[in-house]
Design a protein around this ligand. Structure first.
Ligand SMILES: Cc1cc2nc3c(=O)[nH]c(=O)nc-3n(C[C@H](O)[C@H](O)[C@H](O)COP(=O)(O)OP(=O)(O)OC[C@H]3O[C@@H](n4cnc5c(N)ncnc54)[C@H](O)[C@@H]3O)c2cc1C
Length: 497
């Protein structure tokens, strides 16, 4: 198709729809019209409240004031995820957004730590990570340091409904048009491209490019264009979740909790006004009622609504961009929220679309590039999630025993073997998760590498111990000055507007 793109229609007003609208309008706005179609009757999925640090880039690009954002979306800060009972019942570890220690001379810090351990200097690797230290003490502040060793990378927890409303207000203030109504018919051109959407109120919405943000059903990408789904249930078999909000705790933790149960895991996301809770589970091992029972029994504050069950299939659309339709959000596929990656996938898809924007018409090469990059991103995140399950040592539950038997994708099997044998880790091309993430989950789930890098042997024993102590001092020093997380938020949101 060689037509100039003048109007983009976004079908769906959830997080995907409004984030796409806001970013598109902000970045290439004056050249295009953007219209969002959403149905109040259908509503949104209503979950999706934990994020990862790249979200801060979105806020920067959109010119969002952090205090205003926190006030409006009831957000809190997130430094890490605490994984409980994942390796074995009763054990826990943190996957933080930071990194332990300080890497030197092409060699990651954990090799030095491991050699010191073999020489009798036993210390916890996480105690060299400021994110971990702040998380366990419930502290937080933004640190603007020139030295990456004392940075405190963070993300947000926020109320999903308030977040979509916030993005809607922002988008409309930039000129995005909103049409309310349910799409009942989709018209196509002779070549299969989408031409227009007809709503139940008779309105017809025409466009040159359509972004399908219609949620799991993928109204355009799947129901109309039928691109198909690569089903990854054999690797990530959880297919259901039950979600419920509950009262907030008096102290707000600056991290998400992920608690393993007999056939899945429970999230707890602390917000300013409530907690978000949910139990992700596999229906082959647990019924909806049983899963709900587990969740209700493990809520540590009073429920604020009835539990709600959500069904899903893990996988990704075979093509995320097909004809003049780009699927963004749940319509593009789904990976369970274990590492809070779905909103990030929305962000990266819209950034990719902006970078490849077909202003002068759609070219096959741009579509192929978009689809290849999207596939790689999905596959890399999938493998990181599989890692958590595969490395478990829980023997009591059939689900967890079966997860240890799954046939791993070759690249993941290689990564695990390399770490086990040598302690070495390498970041794959553009992998969202850096070495420090893989390291924390591999160690946390119980891999003890057999070896460390020989560079760590070059340092005399006492110098090595001194180095560890000095890194620890550098990490501990800013901790003393950090305020409690709640106080930080209170100060920020009560700041004069
Ligand atoms: C259990 C669970 C937990 C999750 N937790 C996290 C998390 O912690 N972190 C994270 O990053 N992500 C999480 N996610 C993912 C996150 O919820 C989604 O990525 C995010 O909410 C975006 O959803 P969406 O906008 O694609 O779809 P939806 O919110 O479902 O929105 C779909 C939109 O399309 C509209 N629509 C549909 N059909 C029609 C029609 N016929 N006519 C008009 N409009 C229509 C609807 O009205 C709605 O506005 C989670 C998902 C699930 C299922």
């Amino acid at each position: 198709m060689q037509n100039v793109i003048k109007k983009v229609v976004i079908l769906g007003g959830g997080t995907a729809g409004w984030l796409s609208a806001a970013l598109l309008k902000k970045v290439i706005g004056s050249n295009i019209e953007v219209e969002v179609v959403e149905s109040d009757t259908i509503g949104t999925v209503g979950v999706g409240e934990a994020t990862i640090p790249p979200i801060r880039l979105v806020n920067r690009v959109l010119g969002i004031d952090e205090a205003d954002f926190l006030r409006e979306t009831k957000a809190t800060m997130k430094l890490a995820i605490r994984f409980e009972n994942w390796k074995t019942q009763g054990e826990h570890y943190y996957h933080t957004f930071g990194a332990p220690g300080k890497s030197v001379a092409f060699c990651h810090f954990h090799h030095f730590w491991k050699r010191a351990k073999s020489l009798g200097y036993d210390s916890d690797l996480w105690s060299y990570d400021l994110n971990y230290l702040a998380a366990v003490e419930g502290k937080f502040a933004q640190i603007n340091s020139k030295d990456p060793i004392v940075e405190l990378p963070f993300a947000y927890h926020f109320d999903a409904g308030l977040y979509a409303a916030y993005l809607r207000k922002l988008s409309e203030s930039m000129g995005v048009v909103r049409s309310e109504g349910t799409v009942i018919e989709v018209q196509q051109h002779n070549n299969g491209d989408i031409d227009a959407l007809t709503l139940n109120n008779g309105q017809v919405v025409r466009g040159d490019l359509f972004i399908d943000c219609s949620g799991f059903k993928g109204l355009l990408i799947q129901q109309k264009l039928g691109v198909g789904l690569d089903d990854w249930s054999h690797l990530l078999p959880c297919d259901s979740a039950v979600a419920i909000p509950s009262e907030r705790h008096t102290t707000t933790a600056p991290f998400t909790r992920s608690i393993a149960h007999s056939a899945g895991w429970q999230w707890r996301i602390p917000l300013q006004h409530r907690n978000g809770n949910g139990h992700v589970f596999c229906s082959r091992y647990l019924s909806d009622d049983e899963a709900t029972h587990v969740l209700m029994n493990n809520l540590d504050t009073k429920p604020l609504a009835d539990p709600r069950v959500i069904k899903f299939t893990t996988g990704r659309r075979r093509k995320q961009w097909h004809k003049n339709v780009i699927a963004i959000g749940l319509s593009s596929g789904f990976l369970e929220p274990l590492e809070s990656t779905s909103i990030h996938l929305i962000q990266s898809a819209i950034v990719r679309l902006i970078q490849l924007f077909p202003h002068a018409g759609i070219h096959r090469s741009a579509q192929d590039e978009f689809n290849q990059q999207s596939e790689l991103e999905y596959v890399q995140i999938r493998d990181f999630l599989v890692l958590h399950y595969y490395l478990n040592e829980r023997s009591k539950d059939a689900f967890w025993r079966d997860m240890r038997q799954i046939e791993l994708p070759a690249s993941l099997a290689h990564k695990i073997a390399l770490f086990k044998q040598t302690g070495k880790l390498f970041r794959e091309q553009n992998d969202l998760f850096l070495e420090s993430s893989w390291l924390q989950v591999m160690l946390g789930q119980g891999i003890e590498p057999n070896d460390h890098h020989p560079i760590a042997n070059a340092m005399p024993k006492q110098q090595l111990f001194d180095m560890l102590q000095s890194v620890k001092r550098v990490k501990d020093e800013p901790l003393q000055k950090l305020p409690m997380h709640d106080r930080y938020i209170d100060n920020l949101i009560n700041r004069v507007k």
